[in-house]
Design a protein around this ligand. Sequence first.
Ligand code: ADE
Length: 274
Amino acid sequence: MRLDVVTIFPEYLEPLNVSLVGKARARGQLDVRVHDLRAWTHDRHHTVDDTPYGGGPGMVMKPGPWGEALDAVLASGTHDLPEARPALVVPTPSGRPFTQGLAVELAGRPWLVFAPARYEGIDRRVIEEYAERLTVYEVSIGDYVLAGGEAAVLVITEAVARLLPGVLGNAESHRDDSFAPGAMADLLEGPVYTKPPEWRSRAVPEVLLSGHHGRIARWRRDEALRRTGRNRPDLVERCDPGALDAHDRAVLEELGWRRLADGRFGRPPDDVEE
Ligand code: ADE
């Protein structure tokens, strides 16, 4: 997979040389190219921003440098075949939520071009221009506002890279990921333990040492249900009741969840936040 990042802070992307993504690059599984947007400015101050039309606070990224930069990046690869066409990924708090499902979709594309903005964002005409030629994904990594999209590029790249064939080493490793499509009916992953069996007088749960695969699987699922109920009640509420067995339902009821008329689970009234 090829990844291009156009940014005014190329050094912000240095972590792409480290760990999983760095190794994937070294192995040739990922071709990452970081470009300085200011290389496509023509004034003495390498200006990339200007005041917003209509007034308001902050600055807006000018379309000129972005257009030249993206044209140059796109011209540096061959993408005549539809399946080789790059996708443009624009991190923005106004984008669609970045989920594991979207990570899987992006991992299926041969070439991603990232356009992280600083300031109040990029002049809208840039997105409209490239949406005519490419698939454009405007993506938010969460309901908070970062100072710029570069940290979001790192997040998205790591989530996508670990899904690429051969990158994780062990293909089984993402099978049980929280949020993996089809994973434990959308439950969070439960707690994990390693050696030693006792640490600071805290023992590893006995069942994990039992060697009894059936009991271990059941315990893990119970813990996943408990954690999901505690940390992500929205996932329990959305959960397909058909994906839950009688034991699952008993665990949730033990935690105070109750069955609704449609079979789904609802929080007890005193748990519901104002
Ligand atoms: N840029 C600023 N905030 C962001 C967010 N939450 N997600 C993606 N890009 C951003």
